[in-house]
Design a protein. Structure first.
Length: 281
Protein backbone atom coordinates (compact mmCIF):
# COMPACT_ATOMS: atom_id res chain seq x y z
CA UNK A 1 0.00 0.00 0.00
CA UNK A 2 1.77 3.16 -1.21
CA UNK A 3 -0.96 5.80 -0.95
CA UNK A 4 -3.12 7.05 1.87
CA UNK A 5 -5.96 9.58 1.87
CA UNK A 6 -6.18 11.46 5.15
CA UNK A 7 -8.67 14.02 6.43
CA UNK A 8 -7.77 16.56 9.09
CA UNK A 9 -10.78 18.01 10.87
CA UNK A 10 -10.46 21.60 12.05
CA UNK A 11 -12.93 22.42 14.81
CA UNK A 12 -14.05 25.22 17.09
CA UNK A 13 -15.00 22.87 19.87
CA UNK A 14 -17.70 24.09 22.29
CA UNK A 15 -17.54 23.96 26.08
CA UNK A 16 -19.61 20.79 26.66
CA UNK A 17 -19.28 17.25 25.29
CA UNK A 18 -22.88 17.23 23.98
CA UNK A 19 -22.32 20.41 21.98
CA UNK A 20 -18.90 19.14 20.88
CA UNK A 21 -20.46 15.94 19.55
CA UNK A 22 -23.03 17.94 17.58
CA UNK A 23 -20.25 20.13 16.18
CA UNK A 24 -18.02 17.18 15.22
CA UNK A 25 -20.54 14.82 13.62
CA UNK A 26 -21.12 16.63 10.30
CA UNK A 27 -17.38 17.21 9.87
CA UNK A 28 -16.73 13.50 10.42
CA UNK A 29 -19.42 12.66 7.88
CA UNK A 30 -17.79 14.99 5.36
CA UNK A 31 -14.44 13.32 5.91
CA UNK A 32 -15.92 9.87 5.37
CA UNK A 33 -17.82 10.99 2.27
CA UNK A 34 -14.57 12.39 0.87
CA UNK A 35 -12.94 8.97 0.94
CA UNK A 36 -10.61 9.41 3.91
CA UNK A 37 -9.01 6.23 5.22
CA UNK A 38 -7.55 7.94 8.28
CA UNK A 39 -9.29 10.86 9.99
CA UNK A 40 -7.65 13.08 12.60
CA UNK A 41 -9.28 15.57 14.97
CA UNK A 42 -7.63 18.33 17.07
CA UNK A 43 -6.62 18.56 20.70
CA UNK A 44 -9.51 18.73 23.17
CA UNK A 45 -12.08 17.50 20.67
CA UNK A 46 -14.55 16.52 23.39
CA UNK A 47 -14.82 19.95 25.02
CA UNK A 48 -12.89 23.23 25.38
CA UNK A 49 -13.35 24.52 28.91
CA UNK A 50 -10.52 25.93 31.01
CA UNK A 51 -12.63 27.30 33.87
CA UNK A 52 -11.78 24.78 36.58
CA UNK A 53 -15.18 24.49 38.30
CA UNK A 54 -17.02 23.84 35.02
CA UNK A 55 -14.30 21.52 33.76
CA UNK A 56 -14.44 19.39 36.91
CA UNK A 57 -18.20 19.03 36.56
CA UNK A 58 -17.92 17.92 32.92
CA UNK A 59 -14.94 15.57 33.15
CA UNK A 60 -15.69 11.85 32.68
CA UNK A 61 -13.76 8.64 32.25
CA UNK A 62 -12.88 7.62 28.69
CA UNK A 63 -15.47 4.83 28.82
CA UNK A 64 -18.23 7.31 29.69
CA UNK A 65 -17.37 10.28 27.48
CA UNK A 66 -20.03 10.67 24.78
CA UNK A 67 -17.65 12.12 22.18
CA UNK A 68 -15.18 9.25 22.51
CA UNK A 69 -17.96 6.70 22.30
CA UNK A 70 -19.52 8.51 19.34
CA UNK A 71 -16.21 8.52 17.47
CA UNK A 72 -15.79 4.80 18.13
CA UNK A 73 -19.25 4.21 16.66
CA UNK A 74 -18.44 6.38 13.63
CA UNK A 75 -15.21 4.43 12.99
CA UNK A 76 -17.05 1.11 13.16
CA UNK A 77 -19.95 2.19 10.96
CA UNK A 78 -17.80 3.88 8.31
CA UNK A 79 -14.89 1.41 8.34
CA UNK A 80 -12.20 4.07 8.78
CA UNK A 81 -9.42 4.66 11.29
CA UNK A 82 -9.83 7.77 13.45
CA UNK A 83 -7.33 9.53 15.66
CA UNK A 84 -9.25 11.49 18.26
CA UNK A 85 -6.46 14.05 18.55
CA UNK A 86 -7.11 14.37 22.22
CA UNK A 87 -9.92 14.23 24.72
CA UNK A 88 -9.91 15.60 28.24
CA UNK A 89 -10.69 12.63 30.48
CA UNK A 90 -10.27 11.55 34.07
CA UNK A 91 -6.66 10.46 34.54
CA UNK A 92 -7.58 7.30 36.45
CA UNK A 93 -5.39 8.21 39.43
CA UNK A 94 -7.64 8.53 42.50
CA UNK A 95 -4.94 10.57 44.26
CA UNK A 96 -4.71 13.11 41.44
CA UNK A 97 -7.84 15.01 40.50
CA UNK A 98 -6.35 16.43 37.32
CA UNK A 99 -7.41 15.33 33.84
CA UNK A 100 -5.40 13.45 31.24
CA UNK A 101 -5.05 15.14 27.84
CA UNK A 102 -5.33 11.85 25.94
CA UNK A 103 -4.88 11.05 22.26
CA UNK A 104 -6.93 8.01 21.25
CA UNK A 105 -6.38 5.96 18.08
CA UNK A 106 -9.46 3.99 17.03
CA UNK A 107 -9.37 1.29 14.36
CA UNK A 108 -12.03 0.59 11.73
CA UNK A 109 -13.74 -1.92 14.02
CA UNK A 110 -14.29 0.87 16.55
CA UNK A 111 -11.79 -0.54 19.04
CA UNK A 112 -9.17 1.57 20.80
CA UNK A 113 -5.87 0.66 19.19
CA UNK A 114 -3.58 2.91 21.23
CA UNK A 115 -3.60 5.88 23.61
CA UNK A 116 -1.10 8.56 24.54
CA UNK A 117 -1.22 11.14 27.33
CA UNK A 118 0.34 14.50 26.48
CA UNK A 119 3.87 14.63 27.88
CA UNK A 120 4.55 18.36 27.95
CA UNK A 121 2.05 20.69 29.63
CA UNK A 122 1.73 24.32 28.56
CA UNK A 123 2.86 26.50 31.49
CA UNK A 124 3.79 29.86 29.96
CA UNK A 125 3.46 33.62 30.25
CA UNK A 126 3.13 35.05 26.75
CA UNK A 127 4.47 38.50 25.76
CA UNK A 128 0.91 39.76 25.19
CA UNK A 129 0.01 39.11 28.84
CA UNK A 130 -1.81 35.79 28.35
CA UNK A 131 -0.96 33.28 31.08
CA UNK A 132 -1.44 29.52 30.86
CA UNK A 133 -0.92 26.90 33.58
CA UNK A 134 -2.02 23.64 31.99
CA UNK A 135 -0.30 21.66 34.75
CA UNK A 136 -2.89 22.93 37.22
CA UNK A 137 -5.58 20.86 35.52
CA UNK A 138 -3.73 18.27 33.45
CA UNK A 139 -1.58 15.42 34.69
CA UNK A 140 1.23 14.88 32.13
CA UNK A 141 1.92 11.46 30.68
CA UNK A 142 5.19 9.59 31.09
CA UNK A 143 5.69 7.56 27.89
CA UNK A 144 6.06 8.15 24.18
CA UNK A 145 3.93 6.07 21.79
CA UNK A 146 4.25 4.83 18.21
CA UNK A 147 1.02 3.08 17.17
CA UNK A 148 0.82 0.43 14.47
CA UNK A 149 -1.52 1.19 11.57
CA UNK A 150 -2.08 -0.47 8.16
CA UNK A 151 0.07 2.29 6.61
CA UNK A 152 3.00 2.33 9.02
CA UNK A 153 3.91 3.63 12.43
CA UNK A 154 1.97 6.65 13.73
CA UNK A 155 3.79 8.71 16.34
CA UNK A 156 1.46 10.40 18.81
CA UNK A 157 2.00 13.91 20.18
CA UNK A 158 -0.26 16.73 21.34
CA UNK A 159 0.17 20.48 20.77
CA UNK A 160 2.97 21.81 23.04
CA UNK A 161 4.91 18.57 22.42
CA UNK A 162 5.73 20.17 19.05
CA UNK A 163 8.40 22.28 20.75
CA UNK A 164 10.41 19.25 21.91
CA UNK A 165 12.36 17.87 18.92
CA UNK A 166 13.89 15.09 21.00
CA UNK A 167 10.43 13.52 21.32
CA UNK A 168 9.89 13.57 17.56
CA UNK A 169 13.33 12.09 16.92
CA UNK A 170 12.62 9.29 19.39
CA UNK A 171 9.31 8.54 17.64
CA UNK A 172 10.97 8.42 14.21
CA UNK A 173 13.78 6.18 15.44
CA UNK A 174 11.17 3.87 17.00
CA UNK A 175 9.45 3.37 13.65
CA UNK A 176 7.11 6.31 13.07
CA UNK A 177 6.37 7.13 9.42
CA UNK A 178 3.75 9.74 10.36
CA UNK A 179 3.56 11.96 13.39
CA UNK A 180 0.26 13.49 14.50
CA UNK A 181 0.24 16.94 16.11
CA UNK A 182 -3.37 17.65 17.13
CA UNK A 183 -3.34 21.13 18.60
CA UNK A 184 -5.09 24.14 20.09
CA UNK A 185 -2.29 26.66 19.49
CA UNK A 186 -2.81 30.16 20.82
CA UNK A 187 -3.13 32.85 18.18
CA UNK A 188 0.15 34.68 19.06
CA UNK A 189 2.28 31.52 19.12
CA UNK A 190 0.48 30.02 16.15
CA UNK A 191 1.03 33.06 13.96
CA UNK A 192 4.72 33.18 14.88
CA UNK A 193 5.73 29.53 15.04
CA UNK A 194 3.11 26.97 13.90
CA UNK A 195 4.15 26.36 10.29
CA UNK A 196 7.87 26.72 10.98
CA UNK A 197 7.83 24.15 13.78
CA UNK A 198 5.71 21.67 11.82
CA UNK A 199 8.00 21.85 8.80
CA UNK A 200 11.11 21.56 10.97
CA UNK A 201 9.82 18.45 12.75
CA UNK A 202 9.00 16.83 9.38
CA UNK A 203 12.45 17.58 7.96
CA UNK A 204 14.27 16.39 11.09
CA UNK A 205 12.42 13.08 11.22
CA UNK A 206 11.72 12.29 7.57
CA UNK A 207 8.09 11.77 8.59
CA UNK A 208 4.76 13.07 7.38
CA UNK A 209 3.43 15.50 9.98
CA UNK A 210 -0.37 15.65 10.31
CA UNK A 211 -1.57 18.63 12.31
CA UNK A 212 -5.34 19.13 12.82
CA UNK A 213 -6.08 22.26 14.83
CA UNK A 214 -8.67 24.12 16.82
CA UNK A 215 -9.46 27.54 15.37
CA UNK A 216 -11.24 30.72 16.36
CA UNK A 217 -12.79 32.24 19.50
CA UNK A 218 -14.03 29.67 22.02
CA UNK A 219 -16.72 29.88 24.69
CA UNK A 220 -14.17 29.71 27.52
CA UNK A 221 -12.38 32.84 26.27
CA UNK A 222 -9.53 31.21 24.37
CA UNK A 223 -8.64 32.13 20.81
CA UNK A 224 -6.86 29.50 18.72
CA UNK A 225 -4.92 29.77 15.49
CA UNK A 226 -6.37 27.08 13.19
CA UNK A 227 -4.36 26.63 9.95
CA UNK A 228 -4.47 22.81 10.02
CA UNK A 229 -1.65 21.45 7.91
CA UNK A 230 -0.06 18.37 6.34
CA UNK A 231 3.71 18.43 5.77
CA UNK A 232 5.63 15.80 3.80
CA UNK A 233 8.95 14.20 4.88
CA UNK A 234 10.95 16.72 2.82
CA UNK A 235 9.30 19.63 4.63
CA UNK A 236 6.89 20.67 1.87
CA UNK A 237 3.38 21.73 2.84
CA UNK A 238 1.10 19.45 0.83
CA UNK A 239 -2.22 20.72 2.24
CA UNK A 240 -3.15 23.58 4.55
CA UNK A 241 -5.99 25.83 5.61
CA UNK A 242 -5.34 29.57 5.55
CA UNK A 243 -8.06 30.31 8.13
CA UNK A 244 -9.40 29.30 11.53
CA UNK A 245 -12.91 28.24 10.48
CA UNK A 246 -14.19 24.68 11.05
CA UNK A 247 -13.68 22.43 8.04
CA UNK A 248 -12.16 19.25 6.61
CA UNK A 249 -8.70 19.27 5.01
CA UNK A 250 -7.94 16.36 2.68
CA UNK A 251 -4.51 15.17 1.56
CA UNK A 252 -3.33 12.22 -0.55
CA UNK A 253 -0.01 10.93 0.74
CA UNK A 254 2.63 9.08 -1.28
CA UNK A 255 4.02 6.78 1.39
CA UNK A 256 7.25 6.14 -0.55
CA UNK A 257 8.24 9.74 0.30
CA UNK A 258 9.40 8.60 3.77
CA UNK A 259 12.01 6.24 2.35
CA UNK A 260 13.15 8.80 -0.23
CA UNK A 261 13.66 11.52 2.36
CA UNK A 262 15.52 9.27 4.79
CA UNK A 263 17.73 7.87 2.04
CA UNK A 264 18.68 11.37 0.91
CA UNK A 265 19.31 12.63 4.47
CA UNK A 266 20.01 9.61 6.73
CA UNK A 267 20.47 11.69 9.89
CA UNK A 268 18.32 9.37 12.03
CA UNK A 269 21.22 6.88 11.83
CA UNK A 270 23.97 9.38 12.62
CA UNK A 271 23.56 10.06 16.33
CA UNK A 272 26.79 10.19 18.32
CA UNK A 273 27.38 10.25 22.04
CA UNK A 274 29.03 13.43 23.23
CA UNK A 275 29.99 15.17 26.43
CA UNK A 276 27.62 17.93 27.44
CA UNK A 277 28.83 21.56 27.61
CA UNK A 278 29.92 23.15 30.84
CA UNK A 279 27.21 25.47 32.19
CA UNK A 280 27.76 28.99 30.88
CA UNK A 281 26.36 30.59 34.03
Amino acid sequence: MTNLRVALIQTRTPATPLAAQTHLQPLMAEAVAGGAELILTPEASNFMERRSDRKTAILAGADKDIVIQGVRTAARESGVWILLGSAMVRSGDPDDGRAANRSILINKQGSVESTYDKLHVFDVDLPNGERYRESAGVRPGDRAVVAETPWGGLGLTVCYDLRFPQLFRALAQAGADFIAVPAAFTRPTGEAHWETLLRARAIETGCFVLAPAQGGSHEDGRTTWGRSMVVDPWGAVVAAFDHDQPGVLFADLDLTAVTRARTAIPSLRHDRDFAGPEPFR
